[in-house]
Design a protein around this ligand. Structure first.
Ligand SMILES: Nc1nc2c(ncn2[C@@H]2O[C@H](COP(=O)(O)OP(=O)(O)OP(=O)(O)O)[C@@H](O)[C@H]2O)c(=O)[nH]1
Ligand SMILES: [Mg+2]
Length: 427
């Protein structure tokens, strides 16, 4: 319908999934929109009915309930209709609902790509001319008028640090159920169908004394079975999001066990140096010592590279071990800010130099940054990756570093001068 295109245009990025396929959004997507350097507001993109599943379908009913709830909570509403299709009976019904809400609203005639379409829209709303904005989101026409209207809702921006925690896993692994349980609200739509969540749904809340943002994602399906356009886009979005993620909750369905996709996602997390908590979901269905041992075996075998990641067996449905999970997340977040004192770094390297000749090429080491901890090793000659890992593991052991990836970077002089590049091992 073009709502998502407008939403993205206002946010100036490609956020909500706007596939060729109509009605792609199901959940209400909320994003912060910065009006200027000091003013901000929350913009929400709601779902339309999904005709492929019928208006009475479980998902559509839930999506409608969600939309209704957001209308009730909104300070203002942008009602969007498709000006090419014209103002339809369904539009009329929704607009009546908007009017009843008694909050400021505007009517956006979207896809008013040319004069004829725009004129027809103006003729439709002669009595409400001041509310009407003709927009072509694709051609970026009229969008400024929407910004002007939005200004009345600006709130002072708060400078705050938000840790981002992303729920990842296969379709139907119980991600949205877990997300809702953690934020103690039903924001994300849950259903028995695989592929319910199609976009990234975010929500800010507190975790102990931290401000955090939880993000629910679309399940990552097997490549061969992937719904091509949507799935490929979903994967790209996940990769993008991981760039700004602090901690991932990697959800594995207790009954199904570990799969290829889980290993792929885990690999992606390590590559992006994100902390991980492995969450075995739906534990109420299969809880047993034996099953737990089997799953732990699988993890030790296939996800050995995430040996530091805590494993928690939860049931979001019966709220089993959710507090334990919250504690592990907090543990991950604090591990990411580990600072290693310079004297300890110096002593360690001196000791290793005495033990192995291959360390003698190292001139110095220092901690470059935290979140995640990143160590820069300055070496005269290329340092073998095994040595880099050995040094990293030694630092992990000495500092009792918790569940976080540790990034070990090395400059070998020649290469660094030539390309300004670092080589890195993430362990
Ligand atoms: N018994 C039990 N069922 C659960 C639990 N968590 C989720 N489920 C069920 O598993 C199904 C899928 O749950 P969702 O939360 O929608 O899964 P999802 O991973 O978000 O799925 P997609 O968005 O489709 O990728 C639903 O029928 C849930 O009711 C749990 O802890 N225990
Ligand atoms: Mg979901």
């Amino acid at each position: 319908m073009g709502k998502s295109t407008l939403f993205n245009r206002l946010l100036q990025r490609r956020q909500a999934i706007e596939d060729e396929l109509e009605h792609t959004t199901r959940d209400v997507i909320r994003e912060e929109l910065n009006l200027d350097a000091n003013q901000t507001l929350i913009l929400a993109d709601s779902a339309g009915d999904d005709p492929s599943t019928g208006s009475g379908s479980d998902i559509n009913q839930k999506a409608n309930a969600q939309r209704e709830r957001f209308i009730n909570e909104a300070s203002g509403i942008i009602f969007v209709y498709d000006a090419i299709d014209g103002f339809t009976g369904e539009d009329k019904r929704v607009l009546q609902r908007v009017r009843r809400q008694n909050v400021p609203f505007i009517i956006v005639a979207n896809k008013a790509d040319n004069k004829t379409i725009a004129t027809a829209a103006v003729a439709e709303f002669t009595t409400e001319a001041s509310r009407l904005v003709t927009v072509s989101a694709i051609h970026n026409l009229g969008v400024e008028d929407v910004y002007d209207w939005l200004e009345q809702f600006g709130q002072p921006k708060q400078l705050k640090h938000l840790d981002k925690i992303v729920v990842l896993g296969k379709p139907n692994a119980g991600k949205s159920t877990l997300f809702n349980a953690l934020i103690k609200d039903s924001i994300s739509i849950v259903s028995t169908d695989a592929g319910t969540t199609r976009d990234i749904v975010g929500y800010e809340t507190t975790l102990g004394d931290r401000l955090v943002k939880f993000l629910d994602t679309a399940g990552l399906a097997r490549r061969s079975k992937a719904m091509r356009g949507l799935q490929r886009y979903a994967t790209l979005r996940i990769q993008e999001v991981l760039d700004v993620t602090d901690c991932v909750l990697l959800c594995i369905d207790a009954k199904a066990g570990l799969s290829v996709q889980d290993a792929r996602l885990a690999g992606l997390c390590l590559e992006k140096a994100v902390s991980v908590v492995i969450v075995i979901t739906k534990w109420d269905l299969v809880a047993s010592e034996e099953r737990a041992e089997k799953l732990l075996d699988e993890l030790r075998r296939d996800l050995r590279f995430l040996w530091w990641a805590p494993v928690v067996f939860v049931s979001a449905q019966i709220e089993l071990n959710l507090n334990e999970l919250r504690q592990e997340i907090a543990h991950c977040l604090s591990a990411r800010t580990t600072k290693i004192e310079q004297p300890l770094l110096d002593q360690t390297i001196e000791r290793l130099k005495q033990e192995h000749s291959s360390f003698t090429d190292i001139k110095s080491i220092e901690q470059q940054k935290t979140n995640p901890p990143t160590i820069l090793v300055d070496a005269r000659h290329p340092l073998h990756r095994t040595r880099l890992r050995q040094l990293g593991n030694e630092l992990r052991r000495l500092t009792k570093m918790g569940p976080t990836p540790l990034v070990m970077r090395t400059t070998d002089r020649v290469r660094a001068q030539r390309r300004g590049l670092y080589r890195a091992e993430i362990i």
